[in-house]
Design a protein. Structure first.
Length: 77
């Protein structure tokens, strides 16, 4: 069995952390979308995917910054 080092595991764990954090952000910040029209939510999700969820509150924008830092860290590793 080959030895697995942390330099091989760290990028995989980082990708998993980014995906889980993105899903968590989408579900927790979706409560802010109650003020929006349903057709607008569907339209934005079709056009931009889950990106508009990061602009519904300050905490979501902060989570976007954290995710961007994690992505930058992924490319540094």
């Amino acid at each position: 069995m080959p030895d697995v080092t942390m330099t091989e595991i760290a990028p995989i764990l980082l990708v998993v952390a980014i995906v889980v954090f993105h899903i968590h952000t989408c579900f927790t910040e979706a409560t802010h979308l109650n003020r929006w029209q349903p057709w607008l939510i569907i339209f934005l999700m079709v056009i931009f995917g889950t990106l508009p969820i990061y602009f519904v509150s300050r905490t979501a924008l902060f989570k976007l910054c954290i995710q961007l830092l994690l992505i930058a860290l992924f490319f540094i590793i």
